[in-house]
Design a protein around this ligand. Structure first.
Ligand code: CU
Ligand code: ZN
Length: 218
């Protein structure tokens, strides 16, 4: 059984356990008889990370990116809105610091293997190369991909935790070095363990000082 389905099972088990403790109308599912220790073990195996996008001040981008650990690798699911139609470069950048007004504080593409930039289907690429998100006429876009170059495990060399997702103004051409020439950074989100993300609206970004690092790259 994959870890993803284990996590779903864990939710079912938890709901079952909660139903037992409360005055539930319906009979508890039979799985609720699982020992508590077993439930905890299953929950700890389920790993998911989340990034909530913050828009650049002159744009109105919103979005959420989920990273779900499976036996095959990490499934990345991004949903965005408020973006101009067309292709927009989308990457995992090295540092989870969205504090600069232009988001250059996130550094370059996450690249623990020291490889050149590429597209998400290239064998040789940055681990953070997610290609482009296609945005519809209504300003929304969705991307789903599976990568074996990343993990959700905190502290691992190739972990997504503590890094940042960046949505770009322009299209990633999947070959220009080292950035794909996707242009300025439109939205940024720090990747955290699921459940620890800041709720939109409560996350008023305080831009301290615009970073003007001349070495920063797209
Ligand atoms: Cu980028
Ligand atoms: Zn790259």
């Amino acid at each position: 059984m994959s870890k993803l389905s284990l996590s779903l099972l864990a939710v079912v088990l938890l709901i079952g356990a909660m139903a037992c403790g409360s005055k539930a109308d319906s009979p508890a599912p039979e799985v609720s008889s699982a020992p508590a220790a077993q439930v905890v073990e299953v929950v700890e195996e389920a790993q998911e990370a989340v990034a909530i996008l913050t828009s650049r001040a002159d744009a109105e981008v919103s979005g959420k990116v989920s990273f779900i650990q499976t036996g095959e690798g990490v499934v990345v699911v991004a949903n965005i809105a408020g973006v101009s139609p067309g292709l927009h470069g989308f990457h995992l950048h090295e540092k989870g610091d969205c504090s600069a007004a232009d988001f250059t504080s996130t550094g370059g593409h996450f690249n623990p293997t020291g490889d050149p930039h590429g597209g998400p289907d290239d064998a040789i690429r940055h681990a953070g190369d997610f290609g482009n998100i296609f945005v519809e006429e209504d300003g929304t876009g969705r991307l789903e991909l599976l990568t074996n170059m990343l993990t959700v495990e905190p502290g691992a060399e190739n972990t997504v935790i503590g890094r940042a997702v960046i949505l770009h103004e322009g299209e990633d051409d999947l070959e220009s070095q080292p950035t794909g020439a996707a242009g300025a950074r439109l939205a940024c989100g720090t990747v955290v363990m699921a459940g620890l993300e800041e709720v939109p609206g409560m996350a008023e970004v305080e831009v301290e000082e615009s970073s003007s690092n001349p070495e920063a790259v797209d």
